[in-house]
Design a binder for this molecule. Structure first.
Ligand SMILES: O=c1ccn([C@@H]2O[C@H](COP(=O)(O)O)[C@@H](O)[C@H]2O)c(=O)[nH]1
Length: 272
């Protein structure tokens, strides 16, 4: 099953548009993991087990693993998710962007090494920097469009031919790059008006929408702006608000994560 079909099935099976982000930060880990040899793996495994029936996707952020030389634990957590929850799409958040030859290696890293269903990519270097990901015909390329951070406006809001740059990205991906229906876009929940603009441009294309939870994006505005006619079309990501829902040092981190993931999933569903 390809990425888009898998995502559609997960929306339905779990009745969820929630993407659970895996951003493991050792300084916020519960005390009982302190002496474990592979704390990152164990932490993420517990979170995955606690939220798998509530999520339409999991999104490990590679920086949190690579910064600690913990790519081996990322490999294992991806293998665990694929083995135990093969119906939940796995998105590697790596925001890659480079010339084609190098992009081909990044694609191997995402899809072969980690077995991801989709990877986030940067459009700044143009189509030939994204095309190598499309050679993996059953996988997805999720292109940065209107990111959730305030500084995203520095470039993404620059006007070109009367329209902000992010709208050109949305139009270009929808009309030209998405030849085999493998593309999705990143649009921040912190900018609901722009989210609505992107939805109007791209039709049914899936959107990865970070920015609810720790970044303060409004769930109602996000869902109303980004949903498709069928009440789906989005992976609304929350990472820190779910991962660190428990008070620091608490042993109940997985239960607390499940509680917040449930609340977030249900809040999203109110407005679909
Ligand atoms: O525009 C973007 C693109 C990616 N992200 C990533 O999503 C999560 C958000 O984490 P929270 O803890 O829910 O804020 C994180 O991995 C970012 O790298 C984003 O925030 N905005």
């Amino acid at each position: 099953m390809n990425f888009i079909n898998k995502l559609s099935a997960a929306w339905t099976t779990n009745n969820s548009l929630l993407c659970v982000g895996l951003d493991p930060d050792l300084s916020r880990f519960p005390a009982q993991l302190a002496n474990e040899p592979d704390p990152i793996y164990l932490f993420c495994k517990e979170i995955i087990d606690a939220t798998a029936d509530l999520a339409c996707s999991f999104k490990p952020q590679i920086a949190y693993f690579a910064a600690l030389g913990a790519e081996g634990q990322l490999e294992r957590i991806c293998a665990y998710a694929r083995q135990h929850y093969p119906h939940i799409p796995l998105i590697l958040d790596a925001k890659r962007g480079d010339i084609g030859a190098t992009a081909r290696q990044y694609a191997r890293e995402a899809f072969d090494r980690y077995g991801a269903d989709a990877v986030t990519v940067n459009p700044y270097m143009g189509f030939d920097s994204v095309e190598p990901y499309m050679e993996w015909t059953d996988r997805g390329a999720i292109v940065l469009c209107r990111t959730s951070n305030p500084g995203g406006s520095d470039l993404q809001f620059l006007m070109a031919d009367g329209k902000p740059l992010y709208q050109h990205v949305a139009r270009m991906v929808a009309d030209k790059w998405n030849k085999n229906g493998q593309c999705a876009l990143v649009v921040g929940a912190t900018f609901p008006e722009e989210l609505a603009q992107v939805r109007a441009i791209v039709g049914e294309m899936p959107l990865l929408v970070p920015g609810v939870g720790a970044q303060g994006g409004d769930v109602e505005a996000t869902v109303r702006s980004g949903r498709t006619a069928g009440g789906a079309g989005m992976m609304i990501n929350s990472s820190r608000a779910i991962l660190y829902a428990a008070p620091q040092g608490s042993e109940d981190f997985a239960a607390a994560a499940r509680r917040v993931a449930t609340e977030t999933r249900d809040a999203i569903n109110l407005y679909r």
